[in-house]
Design a protein. Structure first.
Length: 334
């Protein structure tokens, strides 16, 4: 039993070390050292292993359980970026002034009419679509479409004042988009940024391991070869978005398909100065990409501190894409 406990202790310390390195994503960019970003992808497995081993020490009546419990506090905020249980009261939700819906529509493959029906049923004030399908046309009740772009689009119940493209795809190596839209809402201007960072372009067959050591090893190498360059592209792509947020004379809502998980470099640097509506008001899991049997959150709604989130929802009843729609409601400053 002593040998087993020693192995578990070494394993537990190793997992803690990897989780601690993941936190360096807040400081170390992918172009300097991209491997920390890989750890953010494995966070759900790492933290589950850490918790299970901590429970083992508790039931083994070992003093080290207290040490691992204390060290585990470092990962409380990273955990609630994936799974959260908000205490927002229902009365607060009734005071919402603005509802924002963000949805990667997968090119409208599951039917434009179905997507229109769903969006109309939500009565959102602002709808942000990603991968909507450049040749598709959507008509939502009471919403006006902004400038049409190949991958992302915005629809608003309120007056659109201006739009500016922050990232422009070259339809080749760079497939990212971001647009800032200034909208007048109840006499005050807000900046809405709809974004879609570089996709990894994985297919299920590329990431599904089949038990053959040689084939699986080649697949893992192929996955890493796609991940690392994309991380570095993301670093460049978020720069104009950060400038738009920092230089905005108006409160900002930043939303879309980030193609990045929580606790990644992209997450930390896009969140800077903003708040994650899920962390503030969400309940349950924030997983939004459901095509793989693994918890992946890549769709977000962030907002300036002056815009108060009162509700956040991942609608898992909607199977109109490989993403679930995400929605947030806000209380606006008077």
């Amino acid at each position: 039993m002593k040998v087993v406990r020693l192995i578990f202790l070494i394993l537990h310390l190793g997992i803690f070390f990897l989780l601690a390195l993941m936190l360096l994503n807040a400081y170390v960019p992918p172009k300097v050292f991209p491997w920390f970003n890989l750890l953010s992808l494995g966070f759900p497995i790492l933290i589950i292993g850490y918790i299970l081993l901590t429970i083992f020490w508790i039931f083994s009546w070992k003093k080290r359980a207290f040490l691992f419990l204390f060290l585990g506090l470092l990962f409380f905020k990273p955990i609630i970026r994936w799974v959260n249980f908000s205490t927002i009261r229902s009365v607060d939700k009734k005071n919402a002034d603005l509802k924002v819906l963000s949805f990667n529509a997968k090119g409208g493959r599951f039917g434009v009419k179905n997507i229109e029906s769903f969006v109309n049923s939500q009565n959102a004030d602002i709808v942000l679509l990603q991968e909507y399908g450049g040749n598709k046309e959507y008509h939502f009740d009471g919403l006006t479409e902004g400038e049409r772009l190949p991958v992302i689009s915005i629809f608003s119940k309120y007056k659109i004042i201006s739009q500016k493209q922050l990232i422009e795809s070259d339809f080749g190596y760079n497939n990212a988009y971001a647009v800032q839209t200034d909208i007048e809402i109840k006499g005050k201007t807000y900046r809405i940024i709809n974004m879609y960072l570089q996709p990894f372009k994985f297919e299920k067959s590329m990431v599904k391991l089949n038990g053959s050591s040689e084939e699986d090893e080649e697949k893992v190498k192929g996955i890493v070869k796609r991940l690392i360059p994309t991380f570095k592209m993301h670093q460049e792509q978020i720069e104009p978005i950060r400038k738009s947020v920092e230089n905005s004379p108006y409160p900002v809502i930043l939303a879309g398909d980030f193609n990045s998980v929580p606790n990644s470099y992209e997450y930390y640097h896009l969140l800077d100065g903003l708040q994650d509506a899920f962390v503030e008001t969400g309940k349950g899991s924030a997983t939004s990409f459901h095509d793989y049997k693994f918890p992946i959150r890549i769709d977000y709604i962030f907002a300036s501190k002056s815009i108060i989130p009162v509700d956040y929802k991942v609608d898992r009843s909607v199977k109109l894409s490989d993403h679930f729609p995400v929605m947030a409601e806000f209380k606006l400053e008077r």
